[in-house]
Design a protein around this ligand. Structure first.
Ligand code: NAG
Ligand code: NAG
Ligand code: NAG
Length: 323
């Protein structure tokens, strides 16, 4: 009798411990990524203002980005360049001493449109920058704890300035002054950048996202798989499929990763397959954003970033040679 009781109590202790371990595992997993739409909205509201290089709104947005990065636990830096006017890239770095980095980028300057003084470029930079800050917010507990103990990889968020062409330039072409400067003076040694993921033109309806580089196609596939997994787990908002496993490797929209790829840095470009309907018009504002796609992007992308940071050597090994 006693023996049975003793065995039973041992078994129940083992079961208790096991269930605690499982609980802890679930708890850790479910708290790794915390979707925070309120934070996203707050961030977007602070970026959605005319913010062409040199304008008061530009300075306000730069200060806002610095403040947010600091309060999210990043080391925040201004990378300034003077060339006719002052350009200021904003950098947030976590794990500064790491030998290699994942770099996430967007551009925070808006284009100066002569006849549209209120132009806020919602899809043209603002949403993408808010997505980057939201990644840092959604992963914040992970970044401050587990990630901050990592010796082998760091995370860098870069908000480029000078993406749009100058005030007096009428043509629609990108100057990429901020990213050009970053890559040419090596604000951060390019050797240490494992991968740059540049985001732009996100937030308009009817857009899909394709792979633009053969050497990072497998990573793009992972993004598409994450979307499927989250949809199957009923985590996504009802919306068309965003990421498609399609190789659109012969066309890409010129963006801030260009100065990096020309130096051999691996890149992914999260950009829609066509320009937003209201691109470079005053209608590119909050009221014309397509929220289902933004919400889903805010769930899919942080998951991808988390997986990359956790398994970067594995991801790195599948990045092929560029072209
Ligand atoms: C965020 O903003 C969108 C658009 O204005 C709104 O539909 C949504 O309810 C807001 N989310 C939160 C959590 O306030
Ligand atoms: C800024 O961009 C313009 C247009 O591409 C170019 O003419 C100029 O040299 C650039 N300046 C810097 C510092 O990159
Ligand atoms: C694309 O990448 C795959 C896998 O790395 C490789 O086998 C293939 O040759 C590449 N295609 C081109 C056109 O470079």
């Amino acid at each position: 009798m006693f023996r049975i009781a003793r065995v039973a109590s041992r078994v129940s202790i083992i079961l208790l411990v096991l269930s605690l371990v499982v609980l802890l595992w679930f708890w850790q997993r479910s708290f790794t990524i915390r979707y925070d739409e309120l934070y996203f909205n707050h961030t977007l509201a602070n970026i959605l203002k005319p913010r062409w290089t040199g304008s008061p709104g530009h300075e306000e947005v730069a200060n806002f980005l610095m403040d947010q990065l600091t309060s999210l636990g990043f080391i925040a830096l201004r990378d300034e360049l003077f060339d006719q006017r002052k350009f200021t890239n904003i950098l947030g770095i976590m794990n500064v001493d790491a030998p290699s980095f994942l770099l996430l980028s967007c551009h925070y300057d808006s284009k100066f449109l002569e006849n549209s003084p209120d132009y806020v470029g919602a899809t043209d930079g603002a949403v993408s920058c808010a997505i980057l800050l939201h990644v840092a917010k959604a992963l914040n507990a992970y970044l401050r704890e587990r990630f901050s103990n990592k010796q082998d990889i760091g995370l860098m968020l870069v908000f480029f300035d000078g993406h749009e062409s100058m005030l007096d330039v009428k043509e629609d072409f990108n100057s990429l002054n901020g990213s050009q400067h970053f890559a040419s003076v090596e604000t951060v040694p390019l050797q240490s950048i494992e991968l740059i993921i540049s985001l732009n033109l996100i937030g308009a309806p009817n857009h899909i996202f394709l792979s633009h580089f053969n050497n990072t196609y497998t990573l793009h596939e992972r993004l598409a798989d994450i979307e499927v997994e989250l949809r199957e787990a009923s985590k996504l908002t009802e919306c068309h499929q965003l990421f498609h496993k399609i190789k659109d490797h012969d066309s890409d929209i010129e963006d801030d990763h260009y100065p990096f790829i020309s130096e051999g840095v691996a890149a992914m470009h999260i950009v829609p397959h066509t320009y937003p309907e209201y691109w470079h018009t005053e209608k590119d504002d909050l009221s014309n954003l397509y929220w289902p796609a933004i919400r889903n992007m805010n769930l899919i992308f942080p998951q991808f970033v988390y997986e990359y940071l956790e398994n970067h050597m594995e991801f790195l090994s599948i990045i092929g040679k560029y072209k």
